[in-house]
Design a protein around this ligand. Sequence first.
Ligand code: NAD
Length: 472
Amino acid sequence: MSSRLRNFVGGTHVESADIDYDDIVDPSTGTTYLSAPSSGAVEVDLAMQAAADAFEEWHCTTPAERQRVLLRIADALDTRAAELMSAELRNTGNRAAGAELPVMADQLRFFAGAARLLDGRSAGEYMPGHTSYIRREPLGVCAQLAPWNYPLMMAILKSTPAIAAGNTVVLKPAETTPTTALMFAELVAEFLPPGVLNVICGGAETGRLMVEHGTPRMVSLTGSVATGIDVARVAAADLKRVHLELGGKTPVIVCADADLAEATRTIVAAGYGNAGQDCTASGRVLAAREIYDDLVDALTAAAQACHTGPPADPATSYGPLNNARQLDRVSMFLHRLPPHARVVTGGGRVGDVGYFFAPTVVANVRHADEISSEEVFGPVITVQPFDTEQDAIRFANGVCQGLASSVWTTDHARAMRLSRRLDFGTVWVNTHLMFPSEMPHGGFKRSGYGKDLSLYCLEDYTRMKHVMHRFQ
Ligand code: NAD
């Protein structure tokens, strides 16, 4: 019998009566080791009430007070890194989870400082005898929905700016990966007043109840495009503010003058890291015709040097996919490839225990192919040739998503031209998958709207009020 996780609401674990429980599975073995409540209306109500109660005092704290608390939480995160990362590794199979902890602590420290930097731009006498100024205020309760690819990072990345700006939060991790978000809620409860951060478990139904609920003033989702469209539609019923970080289809344009060795190393690391389950994974390579064959060969050799296996094994390059549904989805893309596409290496599941998928390179793909436009979210790198810079832009921008992109070239003018024309929220030049806390992360088109990270994100979690005083 697996042990049961409990929601964390109002500063404590709460029992949930008469509801179903979801199995929590170790993706390396496929075995269930925990279960988590599939929260219903009662649980959602309780969490929203706790967050609303906590808001009454939390929004009156000074930025300096919020900064002090967040800095202490960052220190506690450092201290408990080992236990958090071992739980994350078991729940996700992501062997790089340990390396991400300093990044998360930095995000916490960034938003701790950022809490003190919100500004109203100016105050003045814009009409005779009157003084106007701007107040930046928190919104209230924020409902947050997180995906399963980086559960702890998502919990921190989403909740910290909201809390730093003076809001309170009800966060729902994905149904397959609730463990570390709950541990984080426990950890912060030592520093934050009860109810400032509440974590409830459940799947899409629970998420829907949160979006429909009358209490939150904002819904923030990191997830798929389809979920984003549904959340925006439901939130429109009472005009809640919506913040959407959705899927991508990241193009990697490799020009003929690029440093191929460096490009290959980065594409493989950013394409297979976390088994390719990254919204900005470098899975869609567009290669200049002159270097196309060389790049396919180099990527194939690098892929064949990668090894998927249990995350604890030092020989492992990357671990399993997170769940059986994702294994089916990635396999489906490979089964549905058109005849002209060529699987150069990999192409299927590895073993029959857990959800491991081989490092895969697919060459000769064309722009109209399903795999060129749909997010795979697995360790699959496709390579498509292009003849002109114009074609590279047309292929890169010719998808519905607009999250991130990268350009590989040693020609400065070309890099400037391409980065201007790429229709993506991030353009990396001669690098990929880098996220400084100071810079905004967020997409265009169907990759959503609103920014994570940076001061822009903090502003997203505030509302602007004009106050005007007559003094004559
Ligand atoms: P998902 O959209 O299925 O789920 C995300 C969260 O929303 C989960 O907590 C889920 O339970 C909840 N949810 C699902 N349907 C819902 C609904 N109709 N109403 C309310 N809540 C609902 O995404 P996933 O499969 O967990 O994660 C993978 C996706 O997330 C990929 O598309 C990936 O690109 C995207 N992602 C984007 C970013 C980014 O920064 N843009 C980062 C990580 C992941």
